[in-house]
Design a protein around this ligand. Sequence first.
Ligand SMILES: O=P(O)(O)OC[C@H]1O[C@H](O)[C@H](O)[C@@H](O)[C@@H]1O
Length: 551
Amino acid sequence: MNADGRTRLHQTPEWAALVKHREQLGEVRLREMFAADPGRGTGWTLRVGDLHVDYSKHLVTDETLALLQELAAATGVSGLRDAMFRGERINITEDRAVLHTALRAPRDAVIEVDGENVVPKVHAVLDKMAGFADRVRSGEWTGHTGRRIRNVVNIGIGGSDLGPAMAYEALRAFTDRSLTLRFVSNVDGADLHEAVRDLDPAETLFIIASKTFTTIETITNATSARSWLLDGLGGDEKAVAKHFVALSTNAEKVSGFGIDTANMFEFWDWVGGRYSFDSAIGLSLMIAIGPDRFREMLDGFHLVDEHFRTAPAESNVPLLMGLLGVWYGSFLGAQSHAVLPYSHYLSKFTAYLQQLDMESNGKSVDREGKPVQWQTGPVVWGTPGTNGQHAYYQLIHQGTKLIPADFIGFARPVDELSEELKAQHDLLMANFFAQTQALAFGKTPDEVRAEGVPEELVPHKTFRGDHPTTTILARELTPSVLGQLVALYEHKVFVQGAIWNIDSFDQWGVELGKVLAKRVEPALTEGADVPGLDPSTGALVAAYRELRGRR
Ligand SMILES: O=P(O)(O)OC[C@H]1O[C@H](O)[C@H](O)[C@@H](O)[C@@H]1O
């Protein structure tokens, strides 16, 4: 029991019912479940927007799903969801509203934070971004020497990098191919070096993306980028105004850095970094794909927001995906979750989801600050599927770990591929379907024997199967579909955080390393003493100084 009288999650009857169900269920064999219910393949599918979602290959029965839904009801998922959409301060440790859903609301929507409708502000910034993006795209916005902008370099990290970088890759086929976009995040100077070494400063626009505008990696890279620009353009400080814009919530720090706030695109503290690429943080993407495509993407997000907000529990896709994750993590002991897109364009999608999911739900105290007695967020990992097949799928198929996976694929390749390359798409998707089939149904020893395999090799060539997957299939990867996919995962993460009773919207876990880095840096550069440095790190610092040629 908590101080406020709430029963803790693992002590609720709904949790106990799932523990008991798990014991009674024993081994789940997908072959048997499909044999008993041949309609499972067509019946266990849902549709949201353009996404066809198949969950038939999961280690669950009707009863499992019913019990999970009871857990969601008992833990107040829908109440917290409604509070989020209403703009209540559900990020309790930072005392903030959580309103990324307002970023994609239509112009006439009304969403209030502290009595103020934020939708007009959202659209005012979107309009300002659209005006700027159009001017860059048309060549009307020129650099300091009057040349048109041909290169856009986004400098940001975490939520100020991963979203636009991922979406730019995802929507490459919709981008203006005459523009070069690059993303710099790492404070390793090699990142900026490689990004600008072949660019002409006279044609390069830097977008400095930082919610707080205090992130040391970003400010350091932005300072170096400014030097590179000024060196290349003869040192006239006035050049900065034509080559630097900022995306931030912090006007004071932006002008302190030397960027005119007229060239700043604003967002607000109720937008979490990892939920921000549909805010001003998406400016680089908007320049690449144009404001109309960007709006299509926002409408895709909004469509899934509305689905999550209004669809009944049994057909609510983010709710279902969240519950399945809770089942595997909290009741079947899965530690990780693979996301495997069968699309080259989604090559950065899983990396993007890592921040979304792991920074949100990587928590070990509940909303009341008590240690959790249950598993929280999984390790999220994966790369585009076919590449993974030739690398780590072995472990998924025949290793000892339970790894639930999401397979994401598309029926059509992008239009601009040649006919020959388009024809390869069927082979790509044949792999997509074959893998989920093999994972679910495996290959029995008898099937292996029937192929004439010598007895001693039979165990090696047997596939147990029963590896659970969700299949998400859409016609093609458009801006709208990308928005739908991201919103689906945002809300999946929300559902899990709500059930586990953790604050999915803070990220205190990244703070300690930042503080310690600041403390250690003078030891590396000047050999200064670091008070309280532990012996292991102290010895490593000494070795570093020696290798670096500093004594
Ligand atoms: O956008 P910024 O304020 O520069 O923050 C960039 C990133 O850094 C932090 O360390 C947080 O962990 C992330 O949530 C955030 O997205």
